[in-house]
Design a protein around this ligand. Sequence first.
Ligand code: ATP
Ligand code: MG
Length: 561
Amino acid sequence: MRENNNTVTPAHFIRQKIAADLAAGKYPEGITTRFPPEPNGYLHIGHAKSICLNFGLANEFSGRCFLRFDDTNPDRESPEFVKAIKEDVKWLGFDWGDRLRHASGYFEQLYQWAVELVENGHAYVCDLSAEEIRATRGTLTLPGSNSPYRGRSAEENLELLAQMRAGEFADGSRVLRARIDMASPNLHLRDPALYRIRHQTHHNTGDTWCIYPMYDFTHPLSDAIEGVTHSLCTLEFEDNRALYDWVLEHVSIPSRPYQTEFSRLSLEYTVVSKRLLTTLVSERVVDGWDDPRMPTLSGLRRRGYSPASLRDFCNRIGVTRNQQHVELSVLENCAREDLDRTAARAFAVIRPLKLVIDNYPQDQEEFFEAANHPADPSRGSRAVGFCRELYIEHDDFIEDPPRKFFRLSPGREVRLRYAYLVTCTKVIHDEQGNVTQVHCTYDPQSRGGNPADGRKVKGTIHWTSVRHSKKAQIRLYQPLFKDSQPRFSSPDNLHDSLNENSLVTIDDAQIEPSLVEAAVGNTFQFERLGYFCVDRDSAPEQMIFNRTVPLRDTWARVKAR
Ligand code: ATP
Ligand code: MG
């Protein structure tokens, strides 16, 4: 399978396993996978890895992939999240067709299976409190002890389970537990809870239920209902696999799925825990789930990442069982390579310095043809207005330059891209000695930027014209966290780790006028500066651009220091 024309999907152990299973004739009807998000937050880049894996493998092997909402926890879930997750999966480029499911849609069937477990003596209603259960669970080195309720008869358990369902007991007063082995070396097998009482309205089932199945019971059975063949999940569920298998082996299921684990994605300078992302949103550290600094798919979209660049990223990082802490430059390079191909070029000046061309007639103006994409002439060109007064980037002028500075300084000649050669003749300062304006003369024989006598001019800088350009807001982003591996004992000490320069807003940037027509979500390369995306709050009267990434990878340099 190929993507983006230039990257080949690497082989990985899950792909190899599926290929081997199919070759062995295990799945004559093809494979089935699922992506099972809990609708308690927005999707992030780690989910993208799982989506690309599950939907990607199904596509590749002509199988099926379900989008299943794992919605068994009514207190944290909401329709807002369901909607956002669907949008994000679609945006990323995947189609679940008619395979949209909710674990809550299986509640009746799951309950019937719980009854079956009880009938066969494999589950019992336990009246211990959560605390008592924890205290009798044992430790990694000590076995747990049996609950005094473990010996209840099937009849009594059936009666109690029915009463639990009927709402006769208070939250937390009883649970349904699997009867497995309180001395098992695997703590997950020490009579885990299967159902708990929770008198709470569910976003999908309303008040139909006041008992809710636990993840470890719901997940394998939902897989079985859907005919999932390969249930792919992250490594923290490795120890749950024994329970996954136990559940499937003790009820009459229509199909037998198998779980395989892979490592979670984590990204430098970023957190992908939903709990922490939720805190960032609720404490207004960021401007919502789609803040361009968030590692959420909606944040990355608002930042200017395309779906193709994120799929490319997921493809490059691969799938293994080793801990994965990916450098930010890997993600940013995917954006750069993608945007280099797709983004139209434009002129903008982020920190404007006025440049006056003294020998250019006051009332004259000219237009220069500027290519929209250097590698793709079919994308045409636009006319860029030029006049006597221009803005250049403040950084492109140094009064007393170091030796290798080839841009503008007193007496130095540079090329104004597409326009003329200019030589700096005078510098104006304010009372504090800051440079506020530079004066130049231009060479009328250098139209287009090439001098008639063929002399070499090394530096080329970009510009906008005072008469034609428009003011815009530009937002420059850096990671939200100072530390490349942010670690928190709790969301409370998250604030100490925040990078206070993660957002720099510039209100008086200057952009070429063609950009005023740009639609929300459009991306551009501002020449010599980087890639920028029109923000969702942008409007023609007040354009707002988010910097997706700078032009070059600056991380390598930061690290070398
Ligand atoms: P929580 O933090 O609330 O436990 P979660 O991040 O595990 O949630 P889910 O909605 O349960 O989120 O995840 C849906 C699927 O995405 C799961 O199969 C999970 O394994 C996968 N997933 C979540 N985070 C990552 C990650 N960082 N890397 C790869 N896969 C992930
Ligand atoms: Mg989870």
